[in-house]
Design a protein around this ligand. Structure first.
Ligand code: ZN
Length: 168
């Protein structure tokens, strides 16, 4: 395996191991295993995702404001991770932030997202990452509405929307 590829794969494996160790701390205490389903190489992600999705999810990029398909989406439903389809946010906690990115005040299940400190561009922000595949979703800021006071500022490119089925 060329050095460059090893250099990219090893940190990725470490990241998956770390994410799993956080979500299943009791089970992996002595046996640090990796969920092979999400042990995806960067070239596999490149094949699976569009250029913009890869840039956001795997390279921690940000789509331009007001450019995504969900910032103004008012339909009822569930927002899933574009890469692994894990359910992340509900339209019930989506609100109009005026930023041009889909914004929520609370995740559906706090275990499904991981928050990490981000020191890019010389400023400290809190990055929001999918707990299952490690994909970058956006950032969380402390200027959201009640009851949490949080603003989960996400990229449309990192999300899939599943419209709520009307029960008959
Ligand atoms: Zn994911």
């Amino acid at each position: 395996m060329p050095y460059k590829l090893i250099h990219r794969v090893i940190p990725l494996i470490s990241l998956f191991g770390w994410l799993i160790s956080c979500s299943q701390a009791q089970e992996v205490k002595s046996n640090r295993s990796i969920d092979t389903q999400w042990n995806v190489t960067e070239s596999e992600w490149k094949n699976k995702l569009t250029e913009l999705e890869y840039y956001v999810l795997r390279e921690k990029g940000t789509e331009p404001a007001f450019s995504g398909i969900y910032w103004d989406n008012k339909e009822k439903g569930i927002y899933r991770c574009k890469a692994c389809q894990l359910a992340l946010f509900s339209s019930d906690t989506k609100y109009k932030s005026g930023t041009g990115w889909p914004s929520f005040w609370e995740p559906m299940n706090s275990k499904n997202i991981t928050e990490e400190k981000d020191f890019a561009f010389g400023i400290i922000r809190t990055e929001v990452v999918c707990s299952r595949c490690g994909g970058h979703l956006g950032h969380v800021f402390p200027d959201g509405p009640k009851p949490t006071g949080l603003r989960y500022c996400l990229n449309s490119a990192a999300l899939d929307f599943e419209i709520e089925k009307i029960k008959k």
